[in-house]
Design a protein around this ligand. Structure first.
Ligand code: GLA
Length: 383
């Protein structure tokens, strides 16, 4: 197999000078909570996006990726979001955002990406390409950005360049990840603590449904808008800035105030999920596997019935996981297809994978990808 250095030379006629790597992420719990400015609990995992970079003597940015056939290029200063540019929007958007902060990005670049993160599947290949690119630009052009600033700028690319109303969780998890720790991230004040993952002989498995996701962005934005609408009604009675400040005991009052079943169920998910995050921190600190597992299952049910972001593929794969020995399972990320996670005793992994794959493939006619993950450090220099 050709090395990435060789492929780089073939595409760009020069050798890569720099190499960087960013992990993927899972969210353990706290789903659809980041844009409601609450607490989430993600971690970085052992799937990676590599970026190989060389400087050019002109002001062209040329990008290529192992996962896509096309090579794209654009002059610095002329970046504009264009759906047909596929993955190139991420590096172009990154330079666009940073160019508003500094004039130090004054030379063109060649960038080649190679990743084993399943694409648009809920474990954040998008945030990985953003973080690795901004980290690379920060290093090469000596911009002096901290990891927190890298995170915030990566989110700006998604919000202001790509038009997705996403929260800060993915970019933060990938920038700030630490080996064997979950990140308890306060998305309101952008503060974080690290929580030890005391899982004994249990490990997280990622299950990619491989369902082609349609409308993920528009459905996602729809949920954000529903929360905004509900909040504006709730604020007429409650003195809160965000839904995540409310408590489960407020739910009855909120139900009659909203007088709208859909909005009520969205809010119910947000409030109960926020409560589960806090319970999960306690369960992890105590190493209480039974409680950790039941919180995963409760979160999944709430995302299915109240937030309505799972769908047949995710519901099938989480049920199969439970049936085949997972102690708990839930979708992770935005939903609408994508990935789920399961907590299993690592001894059963081979059999678990075989059975879940078999039954899932029988039902849908295509197979899922199932793999064990380690919890790892965030974005860094790759050499
Ligand atoms: C996507 C978004 C995140 C977060 C999750 C849902 O992954 O990028 O910001 O909102 O969905 O928790």
């Amino acid at each position: 197999m050709k090395s990435n250095t060789l492929i780089f030379e073939e595409i760009f006629n020069t050798k890569p000078e720099f190499e960087y790597v960013a992990p993927a992420r899972i969210n353990i719990i706290g789903e659809h909570i980041d844009y409601n400015f609450g607490l989430v609990l993600p971690c970085a995992i052992s799937r990676y996006m590599h970026a190989y970079v060389s400087l050019r003597n002109d002001n062209i940015v040329k990008v290529a990726s192992k996962s896509f056939e096309e090579t794209y290029e654009c002059e610095i200063g002329k970046f504009k979001y264009d759906k047909s540019l596929s993955f190139a929007n991420f590096p172009f958007g990154s330079i666009w955002v940073l160019s508003q902060l500094t004039d130090k990005i004054n030379r063109g670049l060649n960038i080649y990406y190679d990743s084993n993160i399943p694409l648009s599947s809920g474990i954040s290949s998008s945030a990985a390409i953003l973080d690795v690119t901004i980290y690379a630009l920060n290093d090469i052009f000596k911009l002096g950005l901290s990891l927190d600033e890298i995170t915030l700028n990566a989110q700006k690319v998604e919000n202001n360049y790509m038009g997705l109303k996403s929260g800060i969780m993915d970019e933060a998890a990938i920038a700030l990840g630490k080996k064997d720790k979950a990140i308890l991230l306060d998305c309101n004040h952008f503060k974080y603590d690290y929580i030890d993952l005391k899982l004994a002989n249990y490990r997280f498995v990622v299950m990619a449904t491989n369902k082609k996701r349609n409308l993920t962005d528009s459905k996602y934005n729809e949920r954000v808008d529903e929360c905004t609408k509900a909040l504006s009604i709730i604020k007429t009675k409650f003195d809160v800035k965000n839904l995540t400040e409310l408590e489960p005991q407020n739910l009855d009052e909120i139900k009659s105030l909203l007088n709208n079943d859909v909005l009520y169920r969205r809010v119910k998910h947000v409030i109960t999920e926020q409560f589960r995050v806090k319970e999960m921190v306690n369960a992890l600190s105590a190493g209480n596997i039974k409680k950790i597992a039941s919180l995963l299952d409760d979160s999944d049910l709430s995302l299915k019935d109240d937030y309505e972001v799972t769908g047949e593929n995710l519901d099938t794969i989480t049920s199969l996981a439970r049936k085949n020995g997972a102690v708990g399972a839930r979708m992770t990320g935005a939903g609408f297809g994508g990935c789920a996670i399961a907590l299993i005793d690592e001894k059963i992994f081979e059999k678990f994978k075989e059975n879940v794959e078999k039954e899932y493939t029988e039902k849908f006619g295509y197979s899922p990808d199932i793999f064990l993950v380690d919890v790892v450090d965030g974005v860094k220099n790759g050499r």
